[in-house]
Design a protein around this ligand. Structure first.
Ligand SMILES: Cc1ncc(COP(=O)(O)O)c(C=O)c1O
Length: 413
């Protein structure tokens, strides 16, 4: 039996998304409604994987039959036992899900692959996203591999090495002085106006569908079992919400009894969701994205923040904030005790685990998986200045692209 979304891709959503004949653009940040399937154990592939990539779970993805066109293997990342780290932390049942092993060293590659796969089937030529950095690097490389043009929007303070990587893969990069939220708004406006493929996290449900495959892999790698606790860095929210959806789908398929407790981790300098969770107002020092080295999770207005809070509440988990020192210690501990190179946002799960144990939200005897989401980026060359521009509006984007923006007719034309 083959599972298919009960709400077919492209169905006009209750929130009024565009009907584009695919999952892309059919859900709006303001009213995400997730895809559902006809759940049954048969949707999971058999025990012995022939190839361990995320396409293995295609019966639980919005993916029609036929060969996968996205040309780079994605997912199938290792679940590490990390014995030295276990010993140092006194946590005998600790695992690291090492998402740095994806092609551009972050979990963003899963979302990029599914969005592009959808775009290739529809014959699109340009993909856009806003990003704190890693999703953009992933989009730039994924687009290059698939022969698409990538048009990226970032905050003007996006790390230069990430920008350099984006242009090295041929992407156009537009920088917004007004920050990440303005970059999201402009990227989404460009997608609407020009008909580009919209990979914006939280705006495109394919990003959540793809990232939920991490939950399926963990379940398989633990011998068809789930851990007690899952620690997850949180920026816009799709990574955590996707895990929750993946675990819930395993329960719906009758393959697991209950989902793990999800504990979301934010940096103390940018912790809007921790404050919302605690119900206490955040001061300016707690809403200062530029003050943390964890740029990937430094998001002031998380795209699907409410869904994050629902997910942690449902599973009996919570949210914790961690200090800059704790983040840097976690980077060092992952390197020295587990041989895993992580950037600060990528190491936040370890810092969060220490905080959760300290505050009594978790116990060392529990089984826990730390999601290590990304590795520090390096680039051998500086950014190509001909492909980077500071902009305020779409007209400047159009000029920079020499008018080649592929305008699609609006609903009234
Ligand atoms: C390394 C890293 N970890 C975690 C996150 C947070 O992911 P999400 O925005 O899905 O919450 C990001 C997002 O950019 C990231 O780059």
């Amino acid at each position: 039996m083959v599972g298919r979304p009960v709400r077919p891709p492209g169905h006009r959503s209750a929130s009024g998304g565009r009907d584009v004949g695919s999952v892309t653009g059919s859900v709006d940040q303001a009213g995400c409604e997730w895809l559902r399937y006809d759940y049954s154990p048969a949707l999971m592939p058999p025990d012995q994987p022939d190839s361990f990539t995320m396409w293995r779970y295609r019966d639980l993805l919005p993916l029609p039959d036929g060969p996968v066109r996205f040309p780079v293997p994605i997912g199938g990342t290792p679940l590490l036992a990390a014995p030295a780290l276990r010993q140092a932390l006194g946590t005998p049942h600790l695992w690291i899900k090492d998402e740095t092993r994806n092609p551009t060293a972050s979990n963003k590659d899963r979302a990029t692959a599914l969005v592009i796969e959808d775009g290739l089937r529809r014959g699109v030529s340009t993909i856009t996203t806003a990003s704190t950095g890693n999703a953009a690097v992933s989009t730039a490389f994924g687009a290059a591999a698939a022969g698409l043009r990538a048009v990226i929007f970032v905050s003007a303070d996006c790390r230069p090495e990430k920008t350099a990587l984006m242009t090295s893969a041929g992407a156009w990069v537009f920088q917004l002085r007004a920050g990440y939220a303005a970059a999201v708004d402009l990227s989404r406006a460009a997608a609407r106006t020009f008909g580009w493929l919209d990979r914006n996290t939280g705006a495109n449900p394919a990003t959540v569908e793809a990232k939920k495959t991490v939950a399926f892999e963990i379940w398989e790698q633990l011998g068809r079992r789930l851990p007690d606790v899952m620690m997850v860095p949180v920026g816009d929210g799709p990574t955590l919400v996707a895990l929750d959806k993946g675990f819930a789908e395993l329960v719906s398929c009758g393959l697991a009894e209950r989902r793990p407790r999800l504990i979301g981790v934010q940096a103390e300098h940018c912790q809007p969701l921790v404050r919302a969770w605690l119900g206490t107002p955040a001061g300016p020092a707690e809403l200062d994205p530029g003050a943390t080295a964890a740029d990937g999770i430094a998001v002031l207005r998380p795209a699907i923040g409410d869904a994050v809070l629902d997910a942690v509440r449902r599973g009996g988990g919570g949210m914790v904030a961690v200090t800059e020192n704790a983040l840097l210690d976690a980077v060092a501990a992952l390197a020295r005790r587990a041989g895993v190179a992580a950037e600060p946002a990528g190491a936040a799960a370890l810092a969060g685990w220490r905080a959760a144990v300290e505050h009594g939200h978790a116990d060392r005897s529990e089984s826990v998986v730390l999601l290590v989401t990304g590795r520090e980026k390096v680039s051998g060359t500086p950014a190509d200045p001909n492909r980077v521009a500071v902009v305020d509006g779409l007209d400047e984007v159009e000029r920079a692209l020499g008018g080649d923006v592929l305008v699609v007719p609006g609903p009234d034309s």
